[in-house]
Design a binder for this molecule. Structure first.
Ligand code: ADP
Length: 240
């Protein structure tokens, strides 16, 4: 099967800074792929280029066989690539359920989504464990619940590929375990996942495959155990 997302020779420069340099990366349908690397290695830039926030300086991105390089964020979202933000994004003055309804509304006709019926906003809240808080204003939710709401909002946009940016940042152990349990279920619902984080413990729980960035280049890509035993990767993480 061809990959759901194929990144070829992707580069991004910011003035004199090379944030990404000739990155090739394929995400296979139905997997949970982890992209790791030290601070400043280019992980966020990779997501920002894939989602259309930044134009690449070179290279291409195709999604389900279609070239999406340089498309605007709304077009990429409509094509079926969802995204959660490091900062949980919700309308504080609206109710939790209303936030999910709004997130789903503008993508009802989504060319990239499957034709299967999508769960209702309330079912999505139930999935992330927030159904009991449906009528609360989003602004009163504690941080951990707000992150889970962020996941429900991203799912409401019917992604075929979901990009998670440090999904467990700021969560306690119990909340992290709940999140891991939810994310692991996503491939069973037809959602491919790519997660970036520098928390290796989390990545080992979530991902069978890891790609490693260092100074904007991919230095390793393969089964999690093999990648973590790779001397090049150990060098980067242990500063050897
Ligand atoms: P990571 O997510 O792995 O921490 P980033 O993608 O945020 O790495 O950053 C990679 C490099 O690109 C860093 O040197 C960073 O300073 C630089 N960079 C990222 N975004 C911008 C930007 N908008 N303008 C200038 N430099 C940036």
């Amino acid at each position: 099967m061809s990959p759901i997302l194929e990144i070829r020779g992707l580069s991004k420069r910011f003035g004199g800074v090379t944030a990404l340099s000739g990155v090739d990366l394929a995400i296979e349908e139905g997997e949970i792929l982890g992209v790791v690397g030290p601070n400043g290695s280019g992980k966020t830039t990779l997501f920002n280029v894939v989602t259309g926030v930044h134009m690449p300086s070179g290279g291409s991105v195709s999604f389900r066989g279609r070239d999406i390089t340089g498309l605007k964020p709304h077009a990429i979202s409509r094509a079926g690539i969802g995204y959660t933000f490091q900062q949980a994004m919700a309308f504080a003055g609206l109710r939790v359920l209303e936030n999910v309804q709004i997130a789903g509304e503008h993508v009802r006709v989504n060319a990239g989504a499957s034709h299967h019926p999508w769960p209702t906003p309330l079912a999505l809240l139930d999935f992330v464990g927030l159904a009991a808080l449906a009528d609360e204003r989003a602004g009163v939710l504690p941080f951990g619940s707000l992150r889970l709401l962020g996941l429900a909002l991203a799912l409401a946009s019917r992604p075929a590929l979901l990009l998670l940016d440090e999904p467990a940042a700021g969560l306690n152990d119990r909340e992290t375990a709940a999140l891991v349990g939810l994310v692991r279920q996503l491939p069973g619902h037809g959602i491919t996942v790519c997660v970036i984080d520098h928390d290796m413990k989390l990545m080992q729980m979530l991902c069978r495959r890891l790609a490693v960035l260092d100074f904007g280049s991919k230095i390793a890509d393969g089964p999690t155990g093999a990648v973590l035993a790779d001397p090049k990767v150990l060098d980067v993480y242990l500063g050897g």
